[in-house]
Design a binder for this molecule. Sequence first.
Ligand SMILES: *[C@@H]1O[C@H](CO)[C@@H](O)[C@H](O)[C@H]1NC(C)=O
Length: 842
Amino acid sequence: MARGERRRRAAPPAEGARTVERAARGGPGRRDGRGGGTRGAVRGATMAAVVLVLAVALALSGRWMVAWHRAQRAVTLHSAPPALSPDSSSPAVAPDLFWGTYRPHVYFGMKTRSPKPLLTGLMWAQQGATSGTPKLRHTCEQGDGVGPYGWEFHDGLSFGRQHIQDGALRLTTEFVKRPGGQHGGDWSWRVTIEPQASGTPAFPLVSLFFYVVTDGQEVLLPEAGPKGQLKFISGHSNDLGDFRFSLLPPTSPGDTAPKYGSYNVFWSSNPGLPLLTDMVKSRLNSWFQHRPPGASPERYLGLPGSLKWEDRGPSGQGQGQGQFLIQQVTLKVPFSVEFVFESGSARTGRNQALGQLAGSLLTQALENHAKAFQEHFEKIFQLKEKGLTPEELTLGQVALSGLLGGIGYFYGQSLVLPDMGVEGSEQKVDPALFPPVPLFSGVPSRSFFPRGFLWDEGFHQLVVQRWDPRLTREAVGHWLGLLNADGWIGREQILGDEARARVPPEFLVQRAAHANPPTLLLPVEHMLEGGDPVDLAFLRRAFPRLHAWFSWLHQSQAGPVPLSYRWRGRDPALPTLLNPKTLPSGLDDYPRASHPSTTERHLDLRCWIALGARVLSQLAERLGEAEAAAELSPLAASLEAQDTLDELHWAPELGVFADFGNHTKAVQLKPRPPHGLVRVVGRPPPRLQYVDVLGYVTLFPFLLRLLDPNSPRLGPLLDVLGDSRHLWSPFGLRSLAASSSFYGQRNSEHDPPYWRGAVWLNVNYLALGALHHYGHLAGPFQTQAAKLYSELRANVVGNVRRQYQATGFLWEQYSDRDGRGMGCRPFHGWTSLVLLIMAEEY
Ligand SMILES: *[C@@H]1O[C@H](CO)[C@@H](O)[C@H](O)[C@H]1NC(C)=O
């Protein structure tokens, strides 16, 4: 993914914004215009009736037709049958997954798995702030001072409990779902606010804001009570039938006696999801009195008091845009409030007899689910049985819960730059809009990357599938639904207004010529090994898409010689870059050949494709897809053959496997006023050779277990891995050898190091899996592998645990110098693999 771009994302240039706006407005239309131009040229030539001109025009139009056709295919969905049935997310087919915390970028909220969802959420603010307006909390942000926060439990299905620290406040947000009826059933929330430290002298006044948003499909009918308090909100939609929300009177935590609260309400047309926070802020401008009986009154900022429809949109559009209804309740900490959603069709059935899911019934349901979570957790991962400590057990539960609680449901259109067949030529065409598609996926980070990333998702699902294989089928099926007519999947999925609002325009566009590691094949391989009939039935439906995806990868990224591969889309050799980046590889600034060229051969990509061929050919054989097996098996065999790997990637002068390309070591960034840092190339000049960089890429044939246990190549790789001058650190394997001249180097004045030394959990997981594998197979390196395995596992687990205890977060990466968590947080994407490392599940 282009995650290395995060630091540059602060200041999007205006030009990029205009390009994207143009594309967003006129993307598909532009293609028509192009076609029209072609026809115009042909007509003109015909009228002139000059044979020569006609011939030229025909030749040109042929080229244009090819270009038009390519552009068209880039934004056309693949024709293979879907891996999931089109209504698989509907409440009729999957009622238990219909509602969920599928808005990972808000601290707390739920929505339905629908292209036109009903959304709910929570905002809060501490009143009586020292100065100015209170800080309104809503979306997860890196720099808002909230934290640590995260799910203590989340089962990915029907229950979760989250803790959030906000200054002097400690929030607990819990939800539980109850099946029933035909529309996804009921659910209830409980939000509890307590002082962070006991014995706090003055209990602060806090406002909670519960909101419901629709996009025009649903009807909401709030029933006003006294003084800004809603009795309930009833409503109706096609997906949900009749439903009703109720905000129950606040109580003291763990108590049923009501506590006095002050109420405010606001109701308007939906301003657009990215604007909800601002709209509430702008309406929080009147002073009210919180006056509990027998206590002195206190001022607070509140929403306009009474229920009055306010239409902010252009006149007449309010109805079409949907509604935004928000209820504010203000009172003294500590307290609990419950917010209950009842489905009409569930109410008429069993759930009526059960009573409203609130109060002691809710407490009981939450307790039962927490217990069930812990039992299921131990059954699956057996951390207690394997002798892990209580702290490690907590870390494992938090890692899993954060990952499951990060699963989102997105719907919308990507912007795609077509692959025009000639490298670099796609710069000359405009991006076009991909068809609207749904995506059910985990996210790397709720605060910083709250959307789908292709190569991250393969790692996420390795964890998820052990917990609930059905969620993985759902996620993989959705990702395969994004396949275009060529077999390409965009590596970053920015779908819908909320996702788009968080990405600067120049990073919105996905390039249909660029690949990303096919890590989804890792959970697919695990399904294949497990042999669960439901998984196999899924793989049978998914096979044509998996095959098309792999074929595209294998063909489109072919290298200069047979069985070599090259990542398309390296950055150009700009004078400001130390080493042009390779974002499609996922390893962003990991050093490659110093001078990008078409003669390059990338070791990691070849290994990913070898893995793909292996998984696909095994799958084809298992499913009895004879034709595909006949095509894939020989390819897999050639890619796994040691001699071709040696021939293309073994660098005798370096004694390891390596990339190959036009390269010199003699590059440096030097200050050149007034241009800032500029790359200076010294002697010797670049020439075609193996790239002398030791790091994660060096290890790939080992990481993906492509080497025979008796291979003499295994020894040198284990030596590099286990040597503290190179990859070994007390906190895990570093991405780039400490001995490398690129180690810890910035790539440009504005681009600090990313994959240049830091410890990353995804690759450490692969390395541990490989060490475990070779440590269990007879061979000359078995003992060495087994020893490195237990030491590396202890280092990685120990450091992630210490950092979690010190900061309350899992992190994007860890420093190889002092183990400190770095990058964004919380990062419950692939850092959650620490759970599988503890459970020794590879
Ligand atoms: C390597 O790069 C240099 C500098 O761009 C260029 O002059 C040279 O022709 C390249 N060599 C090859 C073999 O591509």
